[in-house]
Design a protein around this ligand. Structure first.
Ligand SMILES: Nc1nc2c(ncn2[C@@H]2O[C@H](COP(=O)(O)OP(=O)(O)OP(=O)(O)O)[C@@H](O)[C@H]2O)c(=O)[nH]1
Ligand SMILES: [Mg+2]
Length: 353
């Protein structure tokens, strides 16, 4: 999974990027002009347990890639995204909007005041406007080419109306074939947005100090609240010291864990597992994914040549203690293409290409 970190200039994007990934990208004025990329492993006790049993050559956790967009070249702008950012964000699966909720006289907000709800609204409008420009250009071109009887034209007209009414494309009801038809546009307002309130340490212990909880609740957003600067400091400590510091500072559970749990839940993600001597591995899919599409996450050949999925549930496997026993006890099932995957399914795909 790929996540794009967006937000206004100096909202703490790189600070949050560092605290979630443990990277050491430079923050502030001397930060890099390039975007930052880092990958984190998704902790999964099932991968650890299966590895104890299979003793594989390789143990692979699911991964989340974070992209922290480069500072906006148009300094002082009330826009969060320049053209470089737009290109960077095309292929991410979700957006994390870092909302500045900390006061810091030394680093001014590009709009001079700190107003989290305003930033959320402004950025949401910006995403919609970016998409509207793409839609209008495409419609105009299709019209010129006398292609306005095509299905895509109708669909884009619907997108246009929806955007013009001030709504993001993620709230437009689309059938699965329609989703496929517009997937190539990589519309930004269609991507799920997770709000990340970046607070100063003066906010710790205060109820909804920036009004962000209320905003998120009213507008149907998921919100994660962090003290970016402190989190980044703690993320740089040796692992043994981190827990004590977190407790002393009142920071609560590890920010990465909290982030991953919230993001998985919001995005409706789950994992299935593959296990054998060469490798034990977790794979991330959306809830509701069918066996044949889950196969495609591993390799397109396996999807194309799909015959059957041999499945044992994780809990049944652990109770049985081995694959042989799980099979003897009748826990192994052969499922077809249409089978809807369950969280923790241990799978062996049978395929033929
Ligand atoms: N007081 C305080 N300062 C913070 C916090 N988070 C970030 N800052 C400061 O704000 C400045 C900008 O932080 P960055 O993480 O570089 O912000 P950014 O959004 O990546 O900035 P650009 O990439 O330049 O748009 C730095 O000087 C940080 O030290 C915070 O939680 N509290
Ligand atoms: Mg930055």
């Amino acid at each position: 999974m790929k996540v794009g970190i967006i937000g206004f200039a100096r909202s703490g994007k790189t600070t949050i990027f560092n605290s979630l990934t443990g990277a050491h990208a430079a923050v502030g004025t001397f930060g890099s002009r390039e975007s930052n990329i880092a990958v984190i492993k998704v902790p999964d006790a099932r991968v650890d347990k299966l590895s104890e049993i299979f003793n594989p050559k390789k143990k692979t956790y699911a991964e989340v890639q974070f992209v922290d967009i480069a500072p906006n070249e148009a300094a002082g702008a009330d826009k969060a995204l320049d053209s470089a950012a737009l290109a960077t964000l095309k292929n991410v699966d979700a957006l994390v909007h870092v909302v500045r909720a900390f006061a810091n006289e030394d680093v001014m907000h590009p709009m001079n005041t700190v107003d989290p709800a305003r930033d959320c609204r402004t950025l949401e409008e910006e995403l919609q406007l970016c998409d509207l420009i793409i839609v209008e250009k495409r419609l105009e071109r299709m019209h010129k080419e006398h292609r306005d009887k095509e299905r895509e034209y109708d669909l884009l007209l619907r997108c246009k109306e929806h955007l013009e009414s001030g709504s993001p494309l993620r709230t437009l009801a689309l059938t699965p074939p329609e989703e496929k038809d517009i997937a190539g546009f990589c519309f930004l307002s269609q991507k799920p947005v997770l709000l990340l309130g970046n607070y100063g340490d003066e906010s710790i212990g205060k109820p909804d100090p920036a009004g962000l909880q209320e905003y998120a609740h009213k507008n149907g957003f998921t919100l994660i609240e962090l003290c970016g600067a402190m989190e980044m400091e703690v993320a740089g400590l040796p692992e043994a010291d981190r827990k004590t510091f977190r407790e002393e500072l009142g920071l609560g559970e590890e920010s990465r864990t909290r982030f991953l749990q919230t993001a998985y839940e919001m995005l409706g993600l789950m994992s299935f597992l593959t296990a054998g001597e060469p490798e034990v591995r977790a794979w991330t899919i959306k809830k509701g994914t069918k066996a044949v599409d889950a196969a495609g996450v591993i390799h397109s050949d396996i999807q194309r040549g799909f015959i059957r999925a041999e499945i044992v549930g994780y809990d049944a496997f652990i109770a049985a203690g081995s694959m042989v026993k799980a099979k003897e006890q009748g826990h192994s099932r052969l499922e077809g293409k249409e089978y809807v995957m369950h969280d923790g399914d241990i799978v062996l795909f049978r395929f033929n290409v």
